[in-house]
Design a protein around this ligand. Structure first.
Ligand code: FEO
Length: 392
């Protein structure tokens, strides 16, 4: 992609990464990703907002070929997919000053070995005039690192939000109207890295509420020309009220737990509860994370391996504990052959989940009538609990 204008004097100078399939050696990227960087030209000064993943620095070099001087390089977020090419930019423009938040300074020094004397810390709310283009720096911590800030371009009413409002999506389309076409990648992205900081993100949403934002230009995925819809989506995702949804990560070795899962899915559906089961032997972790954004209840299904849960299920347990979803209830179903502490180990691995644990349903060997009756009981309890918090 060539550089592209998003407003007069404001250019996209980033890179698409069509073929990347994994982030942090962990997060699946079914749609690739992009690293958006923006060049803002005032009548007196020029600023570059963020850079690109080092492996894609060639695109940034080519976009900046005709740029003769750069006064400021704004680092909104010290993670390397945006900051990794800062050393190249500072070499290419020896007069450029690197601007960042107070917490970012030591991170940029430690992670990228940037010379301290090139860095100037900007304060929350500080403005910088480029001549007819005024940048206002807004600290927006924990979207998703503590040092992250956004930048508001006052004259054009553009919010450069870095990861916040972003989506891992490589696309030839720079702009998007509404949120429908990008809803799934945006939600996936929120789920994977933002969800643990839900309450702080809500504070950040409050912080920008009074700002007249006509465009949101994140550092991954398309630019929003109708920002209200993605802001509303974030308001829903970060809200305390879950949806009438049960997420059910499970794994089965000989079909016993699978039989229980099938039965429970039907019992819940009969009670008008949306169920999202995931076989953890093959599940897309991003989809599991997305389900956790809304679910009121999480039920883990596992057979016992030696004395504990099957490791593939434990992966989902670790994920749920790390992502700290808004779920209110949790339970466990599964089986054992001769003995074990599977439910106790799962429960003890979820200290971050602020949930009421509902009685587990664990059977020895293949489920029989009493076990199916217990699953009906669990479904009934879930329905009653959901109703009690206003879900139906
Ligand atoms: Fe896109 Fe947190 O870096």
């Amino acid at each position: 992609m060539k550089q592209r204008e998003i407003k007069p004097g404001v250019l996209w100078v980033g890179a698409e990464d069509w073929n990347r399939t994994l982030f942090d050696s962990l997060i699946p990227l079914p749609d690739g990703t992009s690293y958006n960087a923006y060049l803002v030209r005032g009548s007196e000064k020029t600023a570059l907002l963020d850079t690109v993943e080092p492996s894609k620095v060639g695109f940034l070099k080519s976009h900046l070929e005709g740029v003769t001087s750069l006064d400021y390089l704004v680092s909104q977020h010290a993670e390397q997919d945006h900051s990794g090419s800062i050393p190249w930019v500072l070499d290419r423009f020896p007069g450029a000053q690197l601007l960042c938040s107070s917490l970012a300074k030591s991170m940029l020094v430690d992670h990228l070995l940037v010379p301290e004397e090139r860095i100037r810390v900007v304060k929350d709310g500080e403005t910088l005039s480029l001549g007819g283009k005024t940048l206002r720096f807004i600290y927006t911590p924990w979207v998703h690192w503590p040092e992250t800030m956004s930048t508001y371009l006052e004259e054009d009413k553009v919010l450069f939000s870095c990861d916040w409002f972003g989506s891992h999506l490589a696309s030839s389309e720079l702009f998007i109207e509404g949120v429908e076409c990008v809803f799934e990648p945006a939600k996936r992205y929120y789920a994977e890295i933002m969800m643990p900081f839900r309450k702080i993100i809500r504070q950040n949403l409050e912080k920008i509420r009074g700002t007249d934002i006509r465009m949101i230009a994140p550092s991954h995925g398309p630019v929003f020309r109708d920002p209200a819809s993605i802001i509303q989506a974030y308001a829903d995702w970060t809200d305390d009220q879950p949806h009438n949804v049960v997420v059910l990560p499970w794994v089965s070795m000989h079909g016993t737990t699978a039989k229980m899962v099938d039965y429970l899915v039907e019992a819940l559906a009969e009670r008008h509860i949306t169920v999202q089961p995931f076989d953890m032997a093959t599940a897309d972790l991003g989809k599991v994370a997305m389900s956790l954004v809304d679910a009121a209840t999480v039920i883990f299904g596992a057979p016992t391996v030696h004395v504990g849960p099957h490791p593939a299920l434990l992966y989902a347990v670790v994920l749920a504990n790390a992502l700290r979803p808004k779920a209110r209830f949790a339970s466990i179903i599964g089986s054992y052959g001769w003995a074990g502490k599977m439910p106790d180990i799962i429960k003890a691995s979820l200290p971050n989940l602020k949930v009421e644990f509902l009685d587990p349903v664990i059977c020895r060997g293949y489920p029989r009538d009493a076990d199916f009756k217990a699953l009906d009981g669990l479904a009934e309890t879930v329905a009653r609990k959901h109703k009690a918090i206003g879900l139906s």
